[in-house]
Design a protein. Structure first.
Length: 499
């Protein structure tokens, strides 16, 4: 009987959770005669699937924010069914002690393609010596070394994007694609420097697929007829100008779908920007991170000046590309006034959308060590689970009012960026205890920009009206708004008008 693997997929972001690792490992396994399928991470769905009795392995691609969700799901399934559980992805790679959790049989550290293939080939035999795997066996944990990094990414099969269409019960309009692995920079909030140490002596870290191999994948995506936008997830899409030049010329002729990519200020030139625009690029995302020089270059180690950021912004916008900035508030050592400098810098840039996050310092990163050194974290570190999305800082502040103001700034940041005359008003509003209301306003702004700015309008309108909820009565509309704000369900008179 064919050995089969099942991948539960937790869809928090409405179709964004197309895990790249699963999309590559799955076709590799199928090439070698194994069954592989994804399923929504709903225990009822998984129970029904496991009752058929043909699943040998349940595997979870695990970012840290989903770790607890998947562990609990796995524990519940283990009480009812017999299968080998495998956890791979970022969390077990950087926190391999996850193997000690109840119900975890195997973790995969680092690149998982050929480790998972070898595991499937060895089912029913000795799994304890497979490189990249830590295997729990009768209370003993076998910690195996890493195999060398895969240098020829073209040797891997084309990713299987269709595997997610059955796992995510929504219309998936954008395809997530990655053309490279590795990053040469060491931003302190990122794990790239940790990853380089993990793989020291195991091969070249920065590797890229050939343009033609990427285009084969994109042609397959285009032939499906359902994907209308390509989102490239490379840490730095423009790292190699010659690759970009070849890609842009061929993409325009063979694919033509609008796309987005990530760039860095010191890796963008007028020529590269023109090439991206000519190829069909709609949106460019660029990290600003902080407006204060000390926070940006000493705490985050971005090593770039404000002048570089402004120059790159002008180049991108003058090429006719939509610019989305990435910004981080609430860094260790930052004050409200320093975070306001990030706002002022974005007001100068005038991006199509200013992306915001509150710093969540992951254990093991340099910024986590720095936060501990300045007394803003307990030794146990922050809890970085789904609660990360509650938009609160995990750092300790001496002044709780300042912390609240910074958290409110994250939600009202967009107002002065879009309408500079609101700056003085926002400086007052962030002092008020209205966090839930501010979050509601911010989430509506994000939705507007998502559908009408940062993707082509013809795509945005179609998806907006698909997901928009039309209320049949004023009271029904008020009830939905009130639930979002955490206040009473409906006005006493039932008329639907706010008090």
């Amino acid at each position: 009987m064919t050995k089969r693997i099942l991948w539960p997929v937790f869809d928090l972001h409405k179709g964004d959770n197309q895990f790249i690792g699963i999309s590559i490992i799955s076709p590799l396994l199928k090439q070698h005669g194994f069954g592989s399928e994804a399923i929504g991470a709903d225990i009822k769905l998984i129970r029904e699937r496991l009752k058929r009795g043909d699943i040998d392995v349940v595997a979870y691609s695990t970012p840290t924010i989903y770790a607890d969700t998947y562990l609990e799901l796995n524990r519940r399934l283990k009480k009812e069914f017999r299968f080998l559980s495998v956890f791979g992805g970022p969390h077990p790679t950087f926190f391999p002690d996850m193997i000690n959790e109840d119900g975890v049989d195997v973790i995969c550290v680092g690149e998982g393609e050929y480790a998972m293939l070898e595991l499937m080939q060895s089912l029913g035999q000795d799994l304890s010596r497979i490189e990249n795997l830590w295997v729990k066996e009768n209370g003993t944990i076998h910690k195996n070394p890493l195999r060398p990094l895969l240098q020829d990414l073209d040797a891997l099969p084309l990713p299987d994007h269709e595997i997610f269409r059955t796992a995510i019960p929504r219309s998936i309009w954008q395809a997530l694609v990655i053309t490279s692995r590795g990053c040469p920079y060491s931003c302190t909030y990122c794990f790239n420097h940790v990853y380089r140490e993990l793989y020291r002596g195991k091969g070249k870290i920065i590797r890229r697929r050939s343009v033609d191999h990427v285009l084969e994948e994109l042609e397959l995506i285009k032939s499906r007829g359902c994907y209308r936008f390509i989102r490239f997830l490379d840490d730095l899409f423009t790292l190699d100008p010659e690759w970009v030049e070849e890609f842009a010329a061929k993409y325009q002729k063979r694919i033509g779908l609008p796309f987005s990519c990530l760039v860095r200020a010191n890796h963008i030139t007028p020529e590269i920007a023109r090439q991206l625009k000519a190829a069909g690029c709609w949106r460019v995302q660029m990290g600003v991170e902080a407006g204060d020089d000390f926070i940006r270059n000493e705490v985050f180690k971005r090593n770039m000046s404000e002048e570089e950021i402004l120059r790159a912004s002008r180049i991108i916008q003058e090429a006719g590309l939509k610019l989305v900035t990435g910004n981080i508030l609430g860094a260790p050592g930052a004050t409200l006034e320093k975070d306001l400098k990030t706002l002022y810098l974005n007001m100068k840039i005038k991006p199509a959308f200013a992306g915001l996050s509150l710093l969540q310092p992951y254990p093991g990163t340099e910024v986590h060590k720095y936060a501990m050194a300045v007394g803003m974290l307990d030794s146990s570190g922050p809890e970085l689970k789904e609660s990360t999305f509650r938009k609160v800082s995990s750092l300790k502040y001496a002044d709780q009012k300042e912390k609240n103001a910074i958290e409110n700034l994250e939600k009202l940041f967009f107002l002065p960026v879009e309408w500079p005359w609101t700056l003085s008003l926002v400086r007052r509003l962030i002092r008020l205890p209205a966090k839930r209301f501010y979050h509601f306003i911010f989430s509506r702004w994000v939705n507007y920009c998502q559908y009408f700015r940062v993707i082509p309008p013809r795509i945005g309108r179609r998806n907006f009206f698909k997901r928009a909820k039309v209320f049949t009565t004023a009271a029904e509309g008020w009830d939905a708004l009130a639930r979002r704000l955490g206040i009473r369900k409906a006005p006493p008179n039932g008329a639907g008008s706010p008090p």
